[in-house]
Structure formats: C-alpha cells, structure tokens
Ligand binder design. Structure first.
Ligand SMILES: Cc1cc2nc3c(=O)[nH]c(=O)nc-3n(C[C@H](O)[C@H](O)[C@H](O)COP(=O)(O)O)c2cc1C
Length: 666
C-alpha cells in the first residue's frame, strides 16, 4: 500500500487531504466515491464481488463511499440491487458497512428510482412517474403515482434509511438529479400534475422536501443526508442552470441537507452529460457548479464530472469551487487513487473516460474497466503481482496494450521478459486512437503499463518487426504473441482495388493523416462495419480535411457497438459537423473510383445511389488476427500463447484483461 509523505515532507495536496465533518461525522479527506451501479448484487443480496468492490475502494483511501442505488421502497425489486426495505438482506448490509467503515471511510446508501426512465431498448415495464408523459429516450409512459403511493414511497425510503443506520451506514444520498424520479417531479417538462406535487416550483419540490424531512425525522441529526440535484439537465423546457439556482436554496438548508452535488443531463438526448467522455473539456461543469454553490453558501458542495487527476481536484478545492470531490469512473480504474495521491506517487492508473464501464452495466454484466483488469478481485487495491515459483525467460511480441500488460505482469512476477516492439513507441493502435479527436485520455492505459514495465524490469527492443528466427534466437521458455489485428478487406469490393492501393483501411489512413493540417478538399467516404468510437473520431478528423464526409453502413444506424452515453455524443457531434450518414448500404463494385464516384447499394433492394466528387474512399471493418508467427513458433516447439486481438479481435477491455491473464499464466 502507498506510504504517507516522510516526516518533514510537505503533503502534496493539502486541500484534498484536509479533514471535514458532515452531520458531525468525520471525513479524513475530501474524496468521495460517486454512486455507480455495479450490477454485482444477486437476488437483491450482497454478493462477495460486491463486498470486495466497496472494501477495495475503502482500503484505497477515499473518505466517503456512496453505494449504488438500493431497493429501498417495497416496489423496487431489481435483482441486482440490495434489498433494504425489509430485513431480508440485513446481514449483507451489516457486512458491507463494517468492511467500509472499519477503514475510516463513511458509507452512504443511495436512494434513487429511475421513474419513467430507461437506458435500454424497449419500454420500462415497471415505470412510475409524475405524469402520463413519455420518457424522452425510451418513450415509456409511466403509471402515474397517486398521493397514497407517494406517501408509501416516502415512508419506505425513511424506514430504509433507518435500517441502513442500524446496519452501520453513516447516511444516505438522495439521487434527485440525472433525470431520475425526484428530478422528474421537479421538472415542469415531466410533471404536469394538478395536485400538491405539481404546478408551482414549490409544489414540484414537495416530494423531495418531504423525503428529506422524513429521513431526518427517522434517523436524527447525526445521519448524513447528501442530495444530488439537477445542475443543468440539457432538456429544453426542463431544468437549466437558472431553475437549478432556484431549486438548490429551497432544498439545501443547513440541518436538512449535509452536502449537495450538482449533476448533469437527464434520461434524454442529453444523457451523455451524465458521464462526460473525453470529447468534453476537463471538469466541464465546474463553472455552473461555482454559480450554484453561491446559492447555498451554508451547505458543502461536491463537484463531480470528469475530474480525473489529484492536481485538478486540489485546484477546485483551493479555489473554493467545492468542499468535496466525487470520483466515479476514476475510482473504478484505480481504487488506490486517494492513497497514491496522498503519497505523491506518480503511478495512478487513470480513467480513460471510454465509458466501457457504463456499457457493461447496460449489458447487465458486472462493472468492469478497460484500464483495470482486476475490478472487484480480492487483490485489487494498489496491486502488484506476487513472484512466480520459477523464473522463466519470456518473449512478448507486440507492444500494444495487450502485449504491454502481459509483459509488465510477467516481469513483476519475476520472469525475465523481453518485449519486441515493431515501432519506436509503445501502445500500438491505442496510441494512434489517443491522437484522434477525444482520444487524449486513452494514453493513460499504455502510460501506466510503460511505467509498470520499467518498474518490473522489462527489457524492450524497439524497431524490431520480429521474424520467427529472431524469436527463436532469443531461446525463450515461452512466447506471448500479441501482434494485434488488421481490418479485413470489404469482400463485396474487387481485391484489385486493395492491391492497387486505391482504398486504404481507416487505421493506415489515420496514421498518415493525423498530423496533416492542409485541407484536401472533395468528399471522403467511409464504409463503416466497425461501429466503435475510433471510427467516428476518425470521421471527425476527416471533416477537418475534406469538404464533405459520408459514412455508409449496412446496419440501420451507426455507433451501435458503443455505450448509449457515448453514442449520443457521437451522433450530436456528427450532426453538428455536418457529417452525413447513409444507413442500410454497402459500397458497390460498380463504383467508378477513377471518376471519383462511389456507388452505395441498398442491402435489401440493391438500388444504387451515387456519391460524387470522392477524393478519398476508406473502410473500417471487422479485424483479422495478425498471427502469422504462430505456426512457425508452434512448429519450433515453443510454449506459445496468443494474446489480445492476435488471439481473436475483440474490445479494448478484452485486450487488457487477456494480457493481464497471460502475464499471470506463465
Ligand atoms: C457505470 C456508471 C454507473 C453509474 N450509476 C449511477 C447511479 O446508479 N446513480 C447515480 O447517482 N449516478 C450514477 N453514475 C454517475 C456517477 O455517480 C457520476 O456522477 C458520473 O460518473 C460522473 O463522474 P465521473 O466523471 O467521476 O465518472 C454512474 C456512472 C457510471 C460510470
């Protein structure tokens, strides 16, 4: 575990590690784990993975953890959420509280309900809400909650808070932002009730106000009540910064609320504000947070959203823009972020803002991370591998993120590791992606791996595109082949076009164009059978260089293999930049490239339309493993393992996980 600064050494982030008290309960620093759905609960009970997830983060040094939303009202029955509305799962709640609070970390349970909202396809079958109005994304029309049902809800939430208190929790956070149920009641866009819970702003705030009062009455003054509030939900006619400034002082009075946290976006096209990716500026909502903070001077404010670095957090606190810092994704990636920051260590494994974590939970899979292959494992916090029984000589071929991950883990286990890098830099295709628009944070994956490789003593040979002979000459005990993958030639096009170099693949093209500043003019056509983020980052770059960019895809829409929060941002940027999308088409072999004409052929009817003035035609397609070295190495009798895309082209998450496992398997 991280060490504290030596006696006499100045602590690197004095504001971040200054103590604070909420409801009289001590916080050792200002770092909060923001609520995130883990999808780790089983049948409404605590799972061992879930317990490890929170215990690992408490061990990592944050002062406060807000859990994921809990089933705290008898009608909430989601199997992955912990049951709190009766005693059925009390034992698990007690274990969770003990594991977290014993690390001098306060634990808050989140009270939340999505209301009419849904982030997945289809309608929400269990939706309830303020009024009979459709959800902006899923068009779910909710059951309209009656006065009696609202009273039952408030009563259950208050009793659940008291149960959490008995179980050893320090408080609750009410999630009344992000477009969830309480937010829906606050917003005139979703609430057209004519009873006491609708109409005037005060009426629309009534539900949240009653909830706060009921919890306070049930749990007393020394129980922390945090409140997530809308800061700007990005929906016209709903809650922007001006109305947020009216709401905050009405609800956040001292004694009622112990901290406020302003949130962004809603269950709407603005959902991507909820979890901003790296296309947003860093800490994008700080300006509005500052303005809203001024409306509630007596209540501590928690800043949240794309704050990834301790120096940024320190600056926010030092400038008085907030009293607390919430980290969501950064603590998924590195639970020891606080301890490392406190010790002034430079080896934080940073969040890359890819939102794969969100993608996972939307697939109903447990929370996982592209840049942390060990989420919720027993050994996760400040992880460094234990030595292997026998030191072996290992050659890793390929310095992309799969090979690098395997190399540092194997070397950290005591093996003698030589990494053969074809180029002069580490990180492979991720390094190229990091240079595209919105890719900046991706460098954190290979930067961390390079640091760990150095610490572990990996010997790196640059600039060697190794042949089987080169590898055999090193006489390894085992070889890890991590030579990646290449985009497949679109099979509907004549292979001669590839051989003549008429149609480059998107990756090769980006490597050439990424530094090009001079506009090329004409139309760029991108055939998209990829649907991941890098393809659209490339399209953005193309739009800087070409007059017109057309994306054609055989599916009915684009960006299908990106999480919804990311996809909404992609769609907005493409529309804003005027990038055109042609769905349900493939390029036709009857295209006349020499005349600058690409024909787009409808996948069902074969009807063709012409795209003229084409000066560039490129493709982004499913990849094929670059595993040509496998057969000769196997023949030479080596212990061989294919790693990452070289085994099978998959996701970034699969690449780091595979590399990590390979480094351990030796
Ligand atoms: C995978 C994931 C799940 C989340 N689930 C919740 C949730 O259930 N309740 C909530 O209030 N916020 C949720 N959030 C939002 C976070 O609390 C936080 O506001 C957001 O991630 C921005 O902070 P960050 O940039 O530090 O990640 C979730 C975020 C992520 C990434």
């Amino acid at each position: 575990m991280a060490t504290d600064p030596r006696p006499g050494e100045a602590a690197p982030f004095p504001q971040l590690f200054a103590p604070l008290a909420l409801a009289g309960r001590p916080l050792k620093n200002r770092i909060t784990h923001a609520s995130m759905t883990t999808r780790m609960g089983r049948e409404q009970r605590l799972s061992e993975a879930q317990l490890r997830y929170y215990a690992n983060r408490a061990r990592g040094g944050c002062a406060l953890i807000v859990t994921e939303p809990l089933n705290a009202w008898r009608r909430q029955q989601a199997p992955h959420k912990l049951r709190v509305w009766n005693d059925d799962a009390l034992g698990g709640l007690q274990r969770l509280a003990a594991a977290v609070e014993s690390q001098d970390c306060r634990l808050l349970g989140q009270i939340q309900d999505p209301g009419r909202g849904r982030h997945e396809r289809g309608r929400n079958p269990l939706a309830w809400g303020a009024s009979s109005l459709p959800d902006d994304l899923s068009w779910t029309v909710p059951h309209v909650l009656s006065g009696g049902e609202l009273r039952e809800m408030v009563e259950d939430f208050a009793q659940s808070a008291a149960r959490l208190q008995r179980a050893g929790f320090s408080g609750v956070e009410i999630s009344a932002g992000h477009g969830h149920l309480f937010h829906q009641f606050m917003s005139a866009w979703c609430n057209q009730r004519e009873d006491d819970y609708g109409g005037t702003l005060d009426n629309r705030l009534r539900l949240t106000r009653e909830l706060i009062a009921a919890i306070r009455a049930a749990c007393g003054a020394d129980f922390i009540i945090g409140l997530k509030l809308p800061g700007d939900d990005g929906v016209p006619g709903s809650i922007g910064p001006a109305e947020a400034a009216e709401i905050a002082p009405r609800l956040c009075t001292p004694g009622a609320v112990d901290y406020a946290c302003f949130t962004w976006g809603a269950h709407a096209r603005s959902l991507d504000m909820h979890i901003p990716d790296a296309h947003w500026p860093r800490a994008p909502f700080l300006g509005i947070t500052r303005e809203l903070k001024a409306t509630i001077p007596a209540v501590p404010v928690m800043a949240v959203g794309l704050i990834t670095d301790p120096a940024e957090a320190e600056g926010i606190l030092a400038r008085g823009e907030a009293e607390l810092i919430a980290l969501g994704r950064p603590l998924v990636t590195d639970p020891a972020w606080p301890a490392k920051a406190r010790a002034g260590r430079g080896d934080i494994r940073y969040c890359v803002s890819c939102n794969s974590c969100w993608g996972r939970i939307m697939e109903h899979a447990p929370l996982a991370c592209d840049n942390n292959p060990r989420v919720a494992q027993a050994e996760e916090t400040d992880y460094w591998p234990a030595p292997a029984l026998r030191r072996r000589r290992i050659v890793v071929v390929g310095s992309g993120i799969a090979g690098l991950e395997a190399a540092w883990v194997a070397a950290a286990r005591g093996h003698e590791v030589t990494l053969l890098a074809a180029g002069g830099e580490l990180g492979g295709k991720t390094r190229l992606h990091a240079r595209l628009p919105g890719g900046e944070n991706l460098s954190s994956t290979y930067d961390y791996q390079a640091l760990a490789a150095k610490r572990a003593g990996v010997r790196i040979e640059y600039g060697l595109r190794a042949s089987a002979g080169d590898i055999i000459a090193l006489a390894p005990d085992a070889v890890l082949l991590a030579t990646g993958s290449s985009m497949a030639w679109p099979r509907m096009l004549p292979p001669e076009w590839r051989d003549e170099g008429l149609v480059p693949d998107l990756r090769a093209l980006m490597a050439d164009l990424v530094d090009l500043a001079a506009p090329q003019g004409g139309t760029a056509v991108l055939f998209d059978m990829d649907h991941t983020e890098g393809t659209y980052a490339s399209a953005q770059l193309l739009k800087k260089l070409f007059d017109r960019v057309v994306i054609m895809t055989p599916r009915d829409r684009i960006a299908e293999d990106t999480p919804l929060v990311t996809r909404l941002g992609i769609l907005r940027r493409l529309a804003t930049l005027g990038i055109e999308v042609l769905p349900l088409v493939e390029p036709s072999p009857r295209s006349r490239l020499e005349e600058g004409i690409v024909m787009a052929s409808n996948v069902y009817t074969g009807a063709e339309q012409e795209i003229a003035d084409v000066s560039l035609f490129t493709y982004s397609t499913p990849r094929v493993a670059d595993d040509a070295l496998a057969a000769p190495l196997r023949e030479a009798g080596f212990e061989l393992r294919l790693v990452g895309d070289c085994y099978a082209p998959r996701t970034v998450m699969a690449a780091t996980a595979d590399g990590h496992a390979a480094g351990h398997a030796l």
